[in-house]
Structures are given as C-alpha cells and as structure tokens.
Design a protein around this ligand. Structure first.
Ligand SMILES: Nc1ncnc2c1ncn2[C@@H]1O[C@H](COP(=O)(O)OP(=O)(O)O)[C@@H](O)[C@H]1O
Ligand SMILES: CC(=O)OP(=O)(O)O
Ligand SMILES: [Mg+2]
Length: 321
C-alpha cells in the first residue's frame, strides 16, 4: 500500500497513516481495508486500457484506469435499489459524485461500466484544486521542471503532480475552491441579468461555473445515451446527483436537467425539472424531476462510511466472527 501511495497523492498517504495508527493502537482488532476502486472492477478492459506503451520499468500496479468514489457509488446503487424496490443487479443509473473531487459513473445492471477518474483521481472533471483532464503535454510547458520533487506533508511529490492536484481547478480559475461561493458570485440573487455585476470576481466565477457545467454535460450525455441505446432496451432509473456539490447546488442540478429537456420533448412526457422538488430544503434521497420524466433525476445523500461498515460486516460474517 505504501508503494501505491503516490497514485492518489491527496488521499492514499493519509489513508496509510490511519492504517498504521490502527495497527499500532488496536493490535487485537481485525482490520478490514475498504478500497475505493473495488466497485469499478467490472469496467470492461477496453475502457481501462490507456493507449500508451508499457513502461520499461516495473510499476507498483499496472497503469490502467482504476476509478475512485467506488464506496460512494456502491452506497448510492444500494440506496436507489431500495428506493425503487428493485434488486441491486437490476438498476441502471448515471451518477455524478461531485465533491472537492468529482467523478461520474455509468451503472448498468448494478455494475460500474465506466467512470471518469483513472489510474489516479486526477482524470476527468476538474475539482476544487484539481485540473481534471487536460492535454497531457500542457504540464511540460506550464512547469518545465515538473519531474523535480517538492516536499508536501513530509513526503516527496513531483512538482507536476503538485500543480495539477493542488494549484489547479476552481481555485486556479477563480480564487476559491468552494462551489457554493462560486455559484453565489456567478448568480447574485438580488440582481436581474441586466444589472449583474461585471467585476473580475463575477466574471471569474461565471467562467468557472460554465466550464464545470460544460465538462459535466460532456460526460453525462454519452453515459445517458449508453443506457438509452443498450441492446437490452433498459430503462434509466435515475440520473443521480451526490457529493457536496451534487447534494447542495440547486442551480447546477437544474441546469444539467434542463440540458436534457429535448429527451422529454421527443418522448412527449411533459417531464423535466420540478422546481419545487429540486429547491426543497429536505435531506435524504428524493426525486427532483416531474412524475413521468424519462430522465428521472435524484439527489442521494451518499455515505461512504455506511458502505465501509457494510463491507466490514460482510467480511466478518463470512469468517463467522
Ligand atoms: N451550498 C453549496 N452549494 C454548492 N456546493 C457546495 C455548497 N457547500 C459546499 N459545497 C461544495 O461541496 C464541496 C465538498 O463536498 P464533499 O463531498 O464534502 O467533498 P469531499 O470530496 O472533500 O468529501 C465543497 O468543496 C464545496 O465546493
Ligand atoms: C477519491 C477522491 O477523489 O475523493 P474526493 O473527491 O473526496 O477527494
Ligand atoms: Mg468525498
């Protein structure tokens, strides 16, 4: 595990510190490691493979897509199956887990079939301080000494990874990594579109919001079409919003769902976003689109902790403990 720490520099090192503390202070306890990548083992090989040669040196793990937020996706899949009264292996979902790092997952028949994060959590959507997918060559021009290392929290990390993980994303675009702040700057509630402020802060927030929405739609559209066009003619059970941004940003959910209004028009459902449901100040799993919508959208409060408890209980009961 030490060896793979560098693959998720914002996460694995801290996870390793917890593992060490547990081993040291709870030596009698039975430890269960819950991997955030496990849920994505069902992604087909052609989507896991990168079109690059095998490196000449040995790497701790093969350089393929692993995906992350798997604990969250498993928990959301289970919550949605319960909500819909379906078996877990029958649900078809497109899930957006949007937190300080964001990713999306295509879930068909209860299994992950594609996700946006890759060999590390950097690929895919931009995040609070992460670049997300960029032209890989850009970093050599931006930080010519990108393979030199810097010390972060007492360990070495390449300058390139530091820039891409910690000095990019929303923070780099508009000076804050909080999407709530970005939305309130970009859409000040008091002003009409005609007298919206044209200052730098407003413009930067606006650009960040547009960029994020655009990246998100560029992922969600093909994921939805995978479900609608599947040979088994399966139905979409939900477009799910989750994570801090997905659970809290009424505006982003509305803009995403409105983008798919054409699906409702073609199908003649009269469906789409239900402003009352979307804006309601309630907690827990709920649908936010009108009854009869073809793209049924939901908010699901994810719990990676619940999924870890479930995995640990399953492991212990299989051992008769
Ligand atoms: N009111 C809000 N509206 C939109 N986004 C919000 C709001 N409050 C917090 N957020 C976003 O939620 C993010 C945290 O999400 P969370 O899933 O808890 O992140 P983490 O990836 O750290 O687990 C914050 O970084 C912020 O961008
Ligand atoms: C795996 C990952 O990127 O998690 P988070 O988005 O919570 O940082
Ligand atoms: Mg999180």
């Amino acid at each position: 595990m030490e060896e793979v720490s560098s693959f998720a520099p914002l996460h694995n090192h801290h996870a390793m510190l917890i593992v060490k503390e547990c081993l040291e202070h709870l030596p009698e306890a039975y430890s269960v490691l819950c991997f955030d990548t496990l849920f994505h083992q069902t992604i087909p090989q052609f989507r896991r493979q990168y079109a690059i040669s095998t490196p000449p040196h040995k790497t701790p793990v093969p350089l393929v897509k692993y995906g992350f937020h798997g604990l969250s996706y498993a928990n959301i899949r289970d919550q949605m199956a319960k909500e819909l009264g379906k078996a877990k292996n029958e649900v078809n979902l497109v899930v957006a887990h949007l937190g300080s790092g964001g990713s999306c997952c295509l879930i068909q028949n209860g299994e992950s079939k594609q996700t946006t994060m890759g060999v590390t959590p950097l690929e895919g959507l931009p995040g609070g301080t992460r670049s997300g997918t960029i032209d890989p060559s850009l970093i050599f021009h931006h930080t010519p000494d990108c393979s030199d290392t810097v010390k972060v929290s007492g360990r070495d990390i390449t300058k390139g990874e530091f820039v891409l993980n910690k000095e990019s994303g929303f923070q780099a675009l508009c000076g804050t990594n909080n999407f709530g702040t970005i939305t309130s700057r970009a859409f000040p509630s008091s002003s009409s579109p005609d007298d919206a402020p044209q200052n730098e802060e407003y413009m930067a927030a606006r650009l960040t919001y547009q960029l994020y929405l655009d990246h998100l739609l560029a992922v969600l559209a093909p994921y939805l079409s995978h479900i609608f066009s599947s040979p088994s003619n399966s139905t979409l059970d939900g477009l799910v919003f989750s994570g801090g941004i997905g659970e809290k940003s009424v505006k982003l959910r509305e803009d995403v769902v409105r983008h798919f209004a054409w699906v409702e028009q073609l199908a003649g459902t009269g469906g789409g976003i239900d402003e009352g449901r979307n804006g309601a100040d309630v907690e827990g799993t709920r649908e936010i689109t009108k009854d009869g919508s073809k793209v049924r959208a939901w908010v699901v409060e994810t719990s990676e902790e619940d999924e870890m408890v479930r995995m640990a209980e399953q492991e212990l009961s299989s051992l008769g403990k």
